[in-house]
Design a protein around this ligand. Sequence first.
Ligand SMILES: O=C(O)CCC(=O)C(=O)O
Ligand SMILES: [Fe+2]
Length: 349
Amino acid sequence: MVETHNLMTNINQSLGMDSDPPFHETYKTLFAVTKPLNNDWLAAVMAVEELELPSIDLTWLSLESPEKERCKNDIARAANEWGFFQVVNHGISRDVLEKMRDEQVKVFKQPFQHKCREDKFMNVSAGSYRWGTPTATCLRQLSWSEAFHIPMTDISCLGDTSIFSSSSLHQFATEVASLAQKLAEILAEKSGKKSTFFQENSLPSTCYLRLNRYPPCPIPLFGLMPHTDSDFLTVLYQDQVGGLQLVKDGKWVAVKPNPEALFINIGDLFQAWSNDCYKSVQHCAVTNPTKERFSVAYFFCPSYDTVIESCSGDKPSVYRRFSFKEYRQQVQEDVQNYGYKIGLPRFLV
Ligand SMILES: O=C(O)CCC(=O)C(=O)O
Ligand SMILES: [Fe+2]
């Protein structure tokens, strides 16, 4: 009882701002029924080994072969062995990244009530702002974060009345979009697929940005529950606090932040389309006891009707044909019925 009381006091102290979502109030029964400080899994999420992801210098892509080919092979190898890698000299200037981050910090500092009325105060679609996990029945299922999910189509029409400065967001999104496209084309080519597929099926307007904020949390919790991304690939720009973890060879590892890098991960669609050549791996974010953390994810998605055909060379197809729309609907249905995403195993041949 005393333990729970102290915990709630700590949480209230770390979240005192009127911009913070009311985590303490909304989830107080979860804190009361779980003994978080004694839970082994909570300690385990914080105690994982920190690794540097394979780092790929994209400068080589602007040179002639063989350097260029070697760089492309490195990208494909990292996507196959890790499903995650970092790119440096990616061509997106520090200025563009810093303006985006300033914008993100400013937006999350808005009063919570304004963020909840995103259509009225922020000029983005209703439903863009999300926080916590409304369905959580124990602390283990709670994501200690708030986020704006913004479709690229919304970014182009934010206008001057929005709290979001459309130009910072727009510039960041445009440059990240072209990086994502370039990497996807290389990965397609290296797995023997048609590299024009993305020009035909993945317009920037079918993609979206997610701005994440992880408030400090006095006890170790998930900032974002373990998941795989339901896209082709994701480009992540994260700050220096750290907290991203992923599964490598069956073990959770922590990713070392790198201010010069953007982080790339393969999503479910690429795993299926490449017939398991590239890996969509489970990842999560964990909280920091004293520091807030920011990240932005760009999700490279095709249009809803795009059909994903899993085949490569002589190897039999691992997954049946499905459209992106079908995939999204199945994920939503599973989350509703079971409380979690099943993902690709649903589509095995
Ligand atoms: O913030 C992070 O490190 C991870 C974000 C992420 O995985 C996502 O937004 O899907
Ligand atoms: Fe993710």
